[in-house]
Design a protein around this ligand. Structure first.
Ligand code: ANZ
Ligand code: ZN
Length: 834
C-alpha cells in the first residue's frame, strides 16, 4: 500500500485508537522485573465537556507517559473523575435533573472526548469518586480517624457561604469570598467535623525538604507559609483583683518588660466575665458585634484600620507586677495562638498604631547599639535586633539572648514556657450539601455520637431524593436515610446528614489507582509498594495549597494507620504545574464567551495536531494564548512530515531509528547522522530532564529540515538510502509521544511488522556525535598570532569563543579592548583590538 499524498487524520486516528484499545497497549500490571513509572494528571471534575485546559494538561502527561513507555518503563497512567461536589448539584438543580444522572452522563461524554484525543490511559483503572465502591473506603478511613482522635467535632465560628448554603474550609475562602461562587463569606457558629491535620504540621513542614528536587519552589514556599510554624513562648499574665489569668503567645518574649497593654480577640472566652456590668458595656458589645462580622483576612491585613475598646479590667506583668489595661482589638484573631496579645508598642508596628490611636504609653525595652530611643520621638516601632534596656536583670543582654533567658526564667517561675504555633488550622470537612460522601456516624439520644460499624459500610448516599431549588440538602428531610438504629444500644438514632468535603476524595485517589477494582480492601499492599509514589504529577497551580497539602496529610495518616507502607511519606515525587490556556490574553470562560472548544478543533485538525500545538505553543509551566495561526502551523508541520513520507516511500526501508551506523561514505551522510543523533540526545533530555516539550519539537523540526536538505543527494546511493531511512525512522519515533496516530500509520505503511508502540526510544551513539576537527588560524589586528582546533562546522560564535579563549591570543589582547571580531568559518578569525 502506498501512503496517500494528502494527510487526513480522522479515519486513521480512530483506527489506531481502536487498535490500542484492543491490544490493551496501555494496560499495566505489577511487574517487579521492570522499572515502574507512575504518572498522572489531576483528575477532571465531570462538568460535561473537556476544555482546552484539560487538553493541555493531559497532552503534557501523555507525552511523558508514552516517552517513559518507550524508554522501557512499566508505566501506570490512570484517569478518573472527581465526581462529587457542589457544581454537579447546582447544575442538576438548574437543569431539573438528578446530580447522579447529570454526573454519570457527563462522565460518559467526557470519556469519549478523552479517548478521541488518543491518551494512553489504562481505562480498566478508571475511578469515579461518587461510586459507593469508592467512597466506602473513605468512610472507613474516617472511622479509623475517629478511633485515633484524628477527627473530632467542634462548635466554632465557620466560614459560611450564603449562596452555596454550606461552610467552607479556610483554604476555600479567597479574599473573603467563596472560591466557587465569589459570594462574600459570612461567619456562623456551627458544630462541624474536623480532621486534625495540625497533628501532622511538623512533618508536613519538615518533609517539604524531600520535595525540593521535584516540586516547583513557589509551591513549596506556599505550603511552607500556609503551615506557618512560629516558635515563641506562652506567657501568663494574672488578672488583677480576681482569680484567673490571661495566656498570650509571643514570638518576642524579650520584650515582656515593654508591655503597656493587653489585647484580646473579641471572641476570647474571658471577655464576657471581664465586661459584664461595666458602665460602657453596651459600647463594648457593639464593638464585639462589629468585629465578629469582619472578614478573617481583613483582620490579618497590615493595612487594617486598628480599632479597639478598653474593658476597664487589668492584668499584671509577671516580672514587674505593673498593672496592664486589658483592651479588645480588631486585629487579634480568636483562633491563633491563645487569642490574646501582649502589646509592646515600642517594638511592634500594630501595637504602635493602636497605642497612638488610643493614647497608650510606649515603653522602649530594646535599643539599637549605642543609641537611645525616646518614645515621644518615635515615628514607628523599632523592630530590629538590639540590646535590652529597662528590663530588670536582663538589661544589657543582646535581645536574642535575652529572649532565651527570659523564657527560662518564666519556666522557673511557672509563668510560661517555650511553645510552637502554627498558622495551619484543622480541616473542616462537614458540608451541608447533598452530593457528597455521607459521614458515617449516627446520633443516639442515649449513647451520643456513635460510629457506624465497619461491616455496615458503605453508608450509601440515597439516590431517590429530590434536590431543593435553593440548594439546601434534602438529606435531613429524607426519613429513610436519617432514621436508623444506634449501633451501640439498638435504639432509635439519627444519621449525620452532612457530607464530606470533596477534597477528602481527592486526597487518596492516586493510591486507589494502583488497585482500583479491589473490593475487599482499599489498596493492595503489593501494588502500593510497587507503584507508589507517583513519579510525576501534573496539574494546575491553583491546587498548590489545598489539594496537595491534603494529599500529603492523607498519605502520612494512611501510612500511620497501616494502609500504606511504613516508609511511604510523600505521595508525589515530581510535580509539574502547568500554565493556563488563554484566549486574547484572558482566561477562557463560558461567561466571557471566549471558549475554544476542543471537539471543534479535533474535528477540524485531528487530535495529533491539537496535542502538538498544546505542547509546542509554550513551555508547560507558562500560560499561552490560543491562536488560530499557531494551530494552523502545527497542522502544516504534521502534514509536511506526512507528505515527505509519502514522497519518499519508495526509497525508505523499514529500519529502526538510529540504526545506520556503518562507516559513513560521504559528508552528507555524516552530517545527517550527526543531526539525527544530536537531536535524539537533545529531545530525550528536553523531555526527561527539563520538561521542555516546545524545544524538543523545534529540534525534531530541524531534523526534518536536515532530511529535506540531503534527501535528493542521499536517495541516489544505497548508503544514502540507509541513512535517510534511519533518520526518518528516528523522526517518527521521536514524534510518536506527541502525534502518536500519524506516526503509527506511517510506520505501518513503511512496512514494519511491529507497531511503533512497541519500539524503544532511539539510542544515540557517542561515535555519531563526533565531529572532525579542523585548524583555524587566529590573527590579532591582521597579524598571525596563533591557531585553534575546533570541530568541523563550528558556528561563528563557537569560533570567536575558541579564539578569544586561546592562551597566546589572550597575551596579545591583554590590556586592549576588543573592537571587532571577523570570522571566516572553517578558516580564520581576525580580532581587531586596541
Ligand atoms: C509580643 C510582641 C512584641 C510580638 C513584638 C511581636 C512583636 P507570628 O510570627 O505570626 O507567629 N499574636 C499572637 N497571637 C495573635 C493573634 N491571635 N492575633 C494577632 N496577633 C497575634 O506572630 C506572633 C506574634 O503575633 C506574637 O508576638 C504576638 O505579638 C502576635 F515586638 O507578642 B508578639
Ligand atoms: Zn444508642
Amino acid at each position: 500500500m502506498a501512503l496517500s499524498s494528502r494527510y487526513d487524520p480522522h479515519a486513521l486516528e480512530e483506527k489506531w485508537q481502536k487498535i490500542w484499545a484492543e491490544k490493551g497497549s496501555f494496560d499495566c500490571e505489577v511487574d517487579p522485573s521492570r522499572p515502574k513509572y507512575f504518572l498522572m494528571e489531576m483528575f477532571p471534575y465531570p462538568s460535561g465537556n473537556i476544555h482546552m485546559g484539560h487538553v493541555r494538561n493531559y497532552s503534557i502527561g501523555d507525552v511523558m507517559a508514552r516517552f517513559r513507555r518507550m524508554q522501557g518503563y512499566n508505566v501506570l497512567h490512570p484517569i478518573g473523575w472527581d465526581a462529587f461536589g457542589l457544581p454537579a448539584e447546582n447544575a442538576a438543580i438548574k437543569h431539573g435533573t438528578h446530580p447522579a444522572k447529570w454526573t454519570y452522563s457527563n462522565i460518559d461524554n467526557m470519556r469519549v472526548q478523552l479517548q478521541r484525543m488518543g491518551y494512553s490511559y489504562d481505562w480498566r483503572r478508571e475511578v469515579a469518586t461518587c461510586r459507593p465502591e469508592y467512597y466506602r473506603w473513605e468512610q472507613e478511613f474516617f472511622l479509623k480517624c475517629l478511633e485515633k482522635g484524628l477527627v473530632y467535632r467542634k462548635k466554632a465560628p465557620q466560614n459560611w457561604c450564603p449562596s452555596c448554603h454550606t461552610v467552607l474550609a479556610n483554604e476555600q475562602v479567597v479574599d473573603g469570598r467563596c472560591w466557587r461562587c465569589d459570594s462574600v463569606v459570612e461567619q456562623k457558629d456551627l458544630t462541624q467535623w474536623f480532621f486534625r491535620i495540625t497533628a501532622y504540621a511538623d512533618e508536613l513542614l519538615a518533609d517539604l525538604e524531600k520535595l525540593e528536587k521535584g516540586w516547583p519552589s513557589r509551591v513549596l514556599t506556599m505550603q511552607h507559609n500556609w503551615i506557618g510554624r512560629s516558635t515563641g513562648a506562652e506567657i501568663v499574665f494574672p488578672l488583677e483583683g480576681r482569680e484567673g489569668e490571661i495566656k498570650v503567645f509571643s514570638t518576642r518574649a524579650d520584650t515582656v518588660f515593654g508591655v503597656t497593654f493587653m489585647t484580646l480577640a473579641p471572641e476570647h472566652p474571658l471577655v464576657e466575665s471581664l465586661i459584664a456590668g461595666r458602665e460602657n458595656e453596651a459600647e463594648i458589645r457593639a464593638f464585639i458585634e462589629r468585629t465578629r462580622n469582619m472578614d478573617r483576612l481583613d483582620r490579618q491585613s497590615e493595612t487594617l484600620e486598628k480599632d479597639g475598646v478598653f474593658t476597664g479590667a487589668y492584668c499584671l506583668n509577671p516580672f514587674t507586677g505593673h498593672r496592664i489595661p486589658i483592651w479588645l482589638g480588631n486585629f487579634v484573631l480568636a483562633d491563633y495562638g491563645t487569642g490574646a496579645v501582649m502589646a509592646v508598642p515600642a517594638h511592634d508596628q500594630r501595637d504602635f498604631d493602636f497605642a497612638h490611636k488610643f493614647g497608650i504609653d510606649i515603653k522602649v525595652v530594646v535599643s539599637p547599639e549605642g543609641q537611645e530611643l525616646v518614645p515621644s520621638e518615635m515615628t514607628e516601632a523599632f523592630v530590629d535586633a538590639g540590646v535590652l534596656v529597662n528590663s530588670g536583670e536582663f538589661t544589657g543582654m543582646p535581645n536574642e539572648e535575652g529572649r532565651a533567658a527570659i523564657i527560662s526564667k518564666l519556666e522557673e517561675m511557672g509563668k510560661g514556657r517555650a511553645t510552637v504555633n502554627y498558622r495551619l488550622r484543622d480541616w473542616n470537612i462537614s458540608r451541608q450539601r447533598y452530593w457528597g460522601a455521607p459521614i458515617p456516624v449516627v446520633y443516639c439520644e442515649k449513647c451520643g455520637v456513635q460510629p457506624v460499624k465497619i461491616e455496615d459500610l458503605p453508608v450509601r448516599l440515597p439516590l431517590d431524593v429530590k434536590t431543593c431549588e435553593d440548594g439546601r440538602s434534602p438529606l435531613p428531610d429524607t426519613p429513610s436515610f436519617v432514621e436508623t438504629v444506634c449501633p451501640c444500644c439498638g435504639g432509635p438514632a439519627r444519621r449525620e446528614t452532612d457530607t464530606m468535603d470533596t477534597f477528602v476524595e481527592s486526597s487518596w485517589y492516586f493510591a486507589r489507582y494502583t488497585s482500583a477494582r479491589k473490593d475487599d480492601a482499599p489498596f493492595d499492599m503489593e501494588a502500593l509498594r510497587y507503584w507508589m509514589p507517583v513519579d510525576q504529577y501534573i496539574g494546575g497551580v491553583e491546587h498548590a495549597i489545598l489539594h496537595l497539602l491534603y494529599s500529603r496529610f492523607f498519605t502520612k495518616m494512611l501510612r500511620d494507620f497501616g494502609y500504606f507502607p511504613a516508609d511511604m511519606d510523600e505521595p508525589f515525587k515530581n510535580l509539574l504545574t502547568q500554565g493556563m490556556v488563554l484566549l486574547g490574553g484572558s482566561k477562557m470562560s463560558k461567561s466571557k464567551g471566549n471558549i475554544v472548544d476542543p471537539d471543534a478543533m479535533v474535528k477540524k485538525y485531528g487530535a495529533d495536531t491539537v496535542r502538538l500545538f498544546c505542547l509546542f505553543a509554550a513551555p508547560p509551566e507558562r500560560d499561552f494564548d490560543w491562536s488560530d495561526s499557531g494551530i494552523e502551523g502545527s497542522y502544516r508541520f504534521v502534514s509536511r512530515v506526512w507528505r515527505m513520507f509519502a514522497e519518499m516511500q519508495s526509497v525508505l526501508k523499514p529500519v529502526l531509528p538510529c540504526s545506520d551506523l556503518t562507516p559513513a561514505a560521504s559528508d552528507a551522510i555524516r552530517a545527517l547522522r550527526l543531526s539525527e543523533h544530536a537531536t535524539v540526545k537533545k529531545v530525550g533530555e528536553d523531555i526527561a530532564e527539563r520538561n521542555q516539550f516546545n524545544t524538543a519539537i523545534a529540534a525534531i523540526m530541524e531534523l526534518v529540515n536536515a532530511v529535506n536538505q540531503y534527501r535528493e543527494e542521499l536517495s541516489a546511493t544505497e548508503e544514502g538510502r540507509n541513512a535517510l531511512s534511519s533518520a526518518m525512522a528516528t523522526v517518527l519515533a521521536m514524534l510518536f509521544p506527541f502525534t502518536p496516530h500519524m506516526c503509527e500509520e506511517v510506520w505501518q505503511e513503511l512496512g514494519h511488522a511491529d507497531a511503533l508502540d512497541d519500539v524503544s526510544w532511539p539510542a544515540w551513539s557517542e561515535e555519531a556525535l563526533k565531529r572532525d576537527v579542523v585548524t583555524v588560524v587566529v590573527q590579532v589586528n591582521g597579524k598571525l598570532r596563533g591557531k585553534v582546533e575546533v570541530p568541523a562546522g563550528s558556528s561563528r560564535e563557537e569560533l570567536e569563543k575558541a579564539a578569544l579563549a586561546e592562551r597566546s591570543i589572550q597575551n596579545h589582547i591583554a590590556g586592549k579592548t576588543v573592537r571587532k571580531v571577523v570570522v571566516v568559518p572553517g578558516k580564520l578569525v581576525n580580532i581587531v583590538a586596541g
